[in-house]
Design a protein around this ligand. Structure first.
Ligand code: BG6
Length: 482
């Protein structure tokens, strides 16, 4: 069938290329528990989930979650059972540096990650370390967090400790997971901690600081560690595909603007030859800022030296991609936002198509051709960079029989194979998530795990879902049997 220009092939068995890697991912706050144990400091998520009234849908916390802080050996057994090549996990900044600053290192925190890494290596699983997946030390948030330019140095000092202590064994690094979610959802709205909601301003200050922090850490690794440690380091962006809702040029432009605001804002400075924020983002924000009588654009400028520092600062393009949105322009909505706002700046309206299969998460629908188009667009825009799919997954309400997740993984992997046929340089695929976990704003109301975690059992029992068996077979055979 044809849908959005993507053609599902009829071939029965399709193979992944030699050297293609399969993995699964998690993040520290979502699975570890041990929130206040062994000298760990508080993070913004510890504070958020302990706020009354709770900002989390089911009022839950990550205090215990899947308790991977104590059950990591069991997690490694699951990885081995699945046969994944690598496991992507994140380090909790405040477990290593309780105050966020490098002057006080928490030895039990280092011990935990050393034990986890060693256990993985003993079982032939490659560690893929995310340096920052959203759990900023609360002490740094009190100083402004990602809106304070000093965070560039704080982040560099923290990353240096990880390179020094784990870099002899860790060869795959991700600096930051999804800067857009950090900046827009955390600072420019109230969807994620720290729930700052300083709309139309804080997310852009955050964007510049986060790009600089990422680039500093990239260069630190490149210049001081790579020769000896011989690893790879990059960033991961959350990339939704925005499809024009109609063939009008307005809707096409709305889709381009939505892509540039959503991920081009971070991809263009790093992966384009020109560097800097994308033209659409600069123009739209400058225009609206002038209309709102701001003396200059609300988007901070980058100096030539900053542009040069950021450009090229990633060995791979990490893509977290889940879904697609229909996008259109609606002139009647212009000016409806009473305060400066990212959504107003973007000037695009995004909607779901009710005919697409819906997951448990309201924002998630199965649209494999959108994933294919995204991969081709990244190839076209950024000169075919090496791509790692660093997250892709499906949520259900629970249960071991997860046909929806199986359909999703199969259709997205088919789209990935189609993109490979088009010459896209995709090198790895990561399923989100290895196990059920605390899903940020929605707590435990949606499950992404290949393995179910029984949160009501004292042992936090892990059991493979049907999808785990299917993923295991795909990895074993390196083939999709369609
Ligand atoms: C990704 C995040 O954006 O989406 C993960 O990197 C997260 O940490 C996943 O768990 C699912 O998102 P949510 O908002 O439904 O928990």
């Amino acid at each position: 069938y044809l849908n959005g220009g993507w053609c599902k092939r009829t071939q029965q068995i399709r193979s992944f290329p030699d050297g293609f890697l399969f993995g699964a991912a998690t993040a520290a706050y979502q699975i570890e528990g041990g929130w206040y144990e062994d000298g760990k400091g508080l993070s913004i998520w510890d504070i958020a989930t302990h706020t009354v009234p709770s900002p989390i849908k089911d009022g839950s916390t990550g205090d215990v979650s899947a308790d991977s802080y104590h059950l990591y050996k069991r997690d490694v057994e699951l990885m081995k059972e699945l046969g994944i090549d690598f496991y992507r996990f994140s380090v909790s900044w405040s477990r290593i540096l309780p105050n966020g600053f490098a002057d006080k290192i928490n030895q039990p925190g280092l011990d935990y990650y050393n034990n986890l890494i060693n256990e993985m290596l003993d079982n032939n699983i490659t560690p893929f370390v995310t340096i920052y997946h959203w759990d900023l030390p609360y002490n740094l948030q009190k100083l402004g967090g990602w809106t304070n330019p000093l965070i560039v140095e704080w982040f560099r000092d923290y990353a240096k400790i990880l390179f020094d202590r784990f870099g002899d064994r860790v060869k795959l690094w991700m600096t930051i997971n999804e800067p857009k979610q950090i900046c827009y959802e955390g600072y420019g709205s109230d969807l994620k901690a720290p729930f700052l909601n300083a709309t139309g301003i804080a997310e852009y200050i955050c964007a510049k600081n986060i790009l600089l922090a990422h680039a500093k850490v990239y260069h630190l690794y490149d210049e001081s560690y790579r020769k000896v440690q011989n690893g790879t380091i990059g960033i991961s962006l959350s990339c939704t595909w925005y499809e024009p809702a109609s063939d009008t040029s307005d809707d096409h432009q709305a889709a381009v603007d939505a892509r540039q605001f959503d991920w081009g804002q971070y991809a263009h400075p790093i992966f384009s030859n020109a560097g800097d924020f994308p033209a659409e983002v600069k123009q739209n924000i400058a225009l609206k800022s002038a209309e709102q009588s701001f003396p200059k654009s609300r988007l901070p400028e980058m100096s030539a030296a900053e542009v040069a520092l950021i450009r090229g600062s990633s060995d791979f393009f990490g893509i977290n991609s889940y879904t697609t949105k229909l996008t259109y322009r609606d002139a009647s909505l212009e000016g409806m936002y009473p305060v400066p706002s990212y959504m107003d700046d973007m000037a695009a309206v995004m909607i779901k198509d009710p005919s697409w299969t819906q997951a448990q998460s309201t924002w998630l629908q199965e649209v494999p051709w959108g994933f294919y188009k995204l991969l081709v667009e990244v190839r076209n825009l950024y000169d075919n960079p090496p791509v790692y799919i660093t997250e892709n997954g499906w949520s259900t309400a629970g249960g071991l029989l997860d046909e929806g997740r199986i359909s999703y993984y199969r259709s997205y992997l088919t789209a990935l194979l189609d993109a490979l046929d088009e010459g896209c340089d995709v090198k790895a695929y990561t399923a989100w998530s290895l196990i059920d976990n605390f899903e940020w704003k929605n707590g435990y109301t949606e499950k992404f795990g290949l393995y179910e975690v029984d949160f009501s059992s004292p042992e936090l029992t892990r059991r493979p879902r049907e999808s785990a068996h299917i993923y295991k077979e795909i990895i074993r055979s390196r083939q999709l049997n369609l």
